[in-house]
Every structure is written in structure tokens, then in C-alpha cells.
Design a protein around this ligand. Structure first.
Ligand SMILES: [Zn+2]
Length: 429
């Protein structure tokens, strides 16, 4: 059972990694915790954030209508707003499902021996935590960026970055570092702080899980642009310079960097396209190969390069047919459901299917918009998915479920925003 769950949770977390989370250089995290709270505060791709994804409380398999689950999530946001974090908290909720999934991953994270050297090809994502001992072996340096912030970076990555920066400047492109190294401790502090202020559920929904951010490695760098002498820092502004990013991306591999969250690979990396988030992978162990060159030439993600893409072989997925949504849209939506399901601790997902176009009514759209009002998100389309899953036998985690029971046709309601992003807005019976 344990083993099975472990495998299943990997699948789900992998799916969850497709939560289309945006912007590590987020603009909407609460107050001074701006960077550290979550990988995905408001910004470029918040469209697919999961404002209403599952807090465990709302995941209780009561026979309630689907609406109350959504209300629970909305209430949490409301509560946070009342507590003074306001819209920032609502936007930041985008990372919830990912946080939930990663929390689950923490169950299996404590394996393996501590590392004794910096592995520049280390994989840290919502499925793979920072290796034990990492923080003892990395050497970091501090720099001050153009807006006066202190940024800490792994030493070799920083040297490579300086070369990249100089090369770019020769072409009239000016970049600086918004965020790089972020300690697990710092993330834990925020986690604890949130837990104390808003409770466990809300924290799990809003705060990136300590240990599962690539920024912990010191090898992930968030760039910002300086255009005509002006600092362009916010994600929503940064994405308006695609031609500049393209020129930057062309040079990355020369200096050992890859673009980490490439477009169209959300389902593998767990992040929506982030033009600013680059990752130092450097040379291979005997310095004979520029790994960044290999990876970028192959068009692969780091996950693919490292053969670390889990396969969802245990779950039957039926995307159905639709005249409302393209197959890709239905796939993206299904991933959001898998992602949200990942917080159903101990539950085994058996099947997932598109419920059909008949659920895409104006009435349902109004309903999901009404329960999401406080998040500030406006949905233009609605979709329903159904799942069958089995609740856990284990007593310690069955609290929210009738133990060892097959739940059939469990509903998931998703909203699609204008930019095509999906959120799980509500779930239940
Ligand atoms: Zn980043």
C-alpha cells in the first residue's frame, strides 16, 4: 500500500507539476515575503493557478454539493484578505495544489545519503526535493542588483552569469538578478508564519513547500530587464518583451544555462513558461561536455534529459470529445484535476474523465464565478470532470474519508480564464 501510494503520488505530483504555476519573481506575494512565499505569485501565467484547489477540509467526502468545497476555499481567501494580505494572498493562492502535492512528496523525501559535492545537474522540482546536505556543500556569493536588493547566488553559477551578462551588454541588452538562492529555512519560516496566522489548510494552499523550489539550489536565477535605463521587474511587464528574451535565450547555453520552464512543457516541469527563470547546469562531471548545450540542442526539459518524467500508468484518463474545448485544453484541465487530487492524501485515483459539453452552461459559469469572486479571477468558460478513486485504509489518514471505499463520479469543476488557464474551482458531490 505504502509503495503503491508512493508511486501514485509521484504520478500525481508530476501531474501537479503542470499546475501552470507562474513567475518565481512574483509580484503579488504578501509584503516582504514577496519572493519566497511561492513560486507562483501573480504574474505572467496566473491564469492556471488553483485558487480553489483542495484544502483538506474541503476535500472531505461528505455528501455535500460541490459548491461548499468552493466556498471553503473562497472563505480561506476571504479570511486572508480580512487578515490583511488582501489580493496578494488571493493571487498567491495560485500555488496551492502544488503545495499540497509537494507536502505529500515530503512523505518520501527523507531518503538517500547526504551529498558531498555540488551536482550542477541536480533536479529539484515539485516532485524532487533539494538533496540532503546541499546547503552544506554550496558556496554562495552576494551581489546587489540595480534596485538595491541583495541577491545570493551559487558561486560558479554567478561567474557564468556575469559572462552571460557581459555578452548581452555587448548586444545592448541589459539584465539583472531578481532572485536566485533561497534557503529552505527561509521558506520554512514563511511556512510556519503562515501556519500560525492562517492555519494549516490555508498554508498548504498558498505557500510553496520548503525544500521543493529550484531556487534552493542557488543555480536558478530569475532575471529582470533594464530597458532604456528603466528596471522592468514585474512578470506581467517582463513578458511584454519577447524579442529581448529570445536574444537572451539564444546565448544561455554558451554559458552553461538553460531556459528551465519552456513553453508547452508545463506538464513536465510543473511551471508555465517563465522567460526569466534560467538554470545553471554547467559542464558534466569531467568537464568534457557543456550540458546546457546538450539539453538546449535536444529541445528537452531537464526532467526529460535526466529521464525523470513520471508516467501516469495507473490512471485511466478519458478526455472525451468536445466542441467547446480543444483536446489540448481538456488535457490541461485534466492535469489540474490530477494536481488537485494529489492532496487527497492516501487516495488512489483510478479514472478521470471529461464530463461532457453539457456541463459548460452559462449557469455553471455564473456559479463558479460567484464562488471565486474573492479571488479576483474571472472565468470565461466552465468544464466538469469526473473521477473515481479509492479512499485509504490506513486509519491515520482516513479522517476525511470513509475508509477503504470506492468513490465514483466525484465531480471537479474548473474555470478557464481568458488566457486559457485552468483553475479547479470546486469539487465534491
Ligand atoms: Zn525562478
Amino acid at each position: 500500500m505504502r509503495h503503491h501510494w508512493k508511486r501514485l503520488s509521484s504520478i500525481l505530483i508530476a501531474a501537479c507539476m503542470a499546475a501552470s504555476l507562474a513567475a518565481c519573481s512574483g509580484s503579488a506575494a504578501p509584503a516582504d515575503n514577496k519572493e519566497a512565499v511561492s513560486e507562483n505569485a501573480a504574474g505572467a501565467d496566473t491564469g492556471a493557478g488553483d485558487e480553489a484547489a483542495p484544502a483538506e477540509a474541503s476535500a472531505a467526502p461528505s455528501q455535500e454539493a460541490a459548491a461548499p468545497a468552493g466556498e471553503t476555499a473562497a472563505a480561506a481567501v476571504e479570511e486572508a484578505a480580512a487578515a490583511g494580505t488582501g489580493q496578494a494572498a488571493a493571487d498567491d493562492a495560485a500555488g496551492d495544489a502544488a503545495a499540497d502535492a509537494a507536502t505529500t512528496a515530503a512523505v518520501v523525501a527523507d531518503e538517500g545519503e547526504p551529498i558531498d559535492h555540488v551536482d550542477y545537474q541536480v533536479l529539484v522540482n515539485k516532485l524532487h526535493p533539494l538533496p540532503k546536505g546541499w546547503e552544506d556543500v554550496i558556496e554562495t556569493v552576494h551581489m546587489t542588483n540595480s534596485i538595491g536588493d541583495d541577491v545570493e547566488v551559487e558561486k560558479t553559477a554567478y561567474e557564468a552569469y556575469q559572462q552571460l551578462k557581459a555578452d548581452l551588454e555587448a548586444d545592448g541588452i541589459y539584465v539583472d538578478l531578481d532572485s536566485a538562492y533561497r534557503s529552505v529555512e527561509e521558506q520554512q519560516r514563511i511556512w510556519d508564519d503562515f501556519t500560525q496566522k492562517y492555519g494549516d489548510d490555508y498554508t498548504r494552499k498558498t505557500v510553496a513547500v520548503p525544500g521543493y523550489s529550484e531556487h534552493h539550489t542557488g543555480l536558478a536565477l530569475d532575471l529582470y530587464l533594464i530597458v532604456d535605463g528603466k528596471d522592468i521587474v514585474e512578470n506581467e511587464d517582463l513578458i511584454t518583451y519577447p524579442e529581448i528574451w529570445e536574444k537572451i535565450h539564444e546565448k544561455l547555453a554558451n554559458y552553461g544555462f538553460i531556459l528551465r520552464y519552456t513553453p508547452g512543457a508545463e506538464y513536465i516541469t510543473g511551471y508555465a513558461y517563465e522567460p526569466w527563470h534560467i538554470r545553471y547546469v554547467g559542464m558534466n562531471e569531467d568537464y568534457s561536455t557543456n550540458v546546457a548545450m546538450l539539453i538546449s540542442a535536444s529541445g528537452k526539459t531537464l526532467e526529460e534529459y535526466l529521464h525523470a518524467v513520471p508516467v501516469a500508468d495507473d490512471v485511466t484518463i478519458d478526455y472525451g470529445t468536445s466542441s467547446v474545448f480543444s483536446e489540448d485544453e481538456r488535457k490541461d484541465a485534466a492535469v489540474q484535476v490530477e494536481c488537485a487530487f494529489a492532496s487527497f492524501e492516501g487516495c488512489e485515483l483510478h479514472s478521470l474523465r471529461y464530463a461532457g459539453d453539457e456541463a459548460c452552461t452559462n449557469e455553471n459559469l455564473e456559479w463558479i464565478n460567484s464562488i471565486s469572486e474573492d479571488t479576483g479571477t474571472k472565468y470565461t468558460k466552465v468544464a466538469e470532470f469526473l473521477t473515481d478513486f479509492h479512499s485509504p485504509v490506513h486509519e491515520e489518514i482516513q479522517a476525511a474519508w470513509n475508509p477503504d471505499q470506492e468513490y465514483k463520479d466525484y465531480q471537479w469543476w474548473l474555470g478557464q480564464t481568458e488566457d486559457g488557464g485552468w483553475d479547479v474551482v470546486s469539487f465534491g458531490y
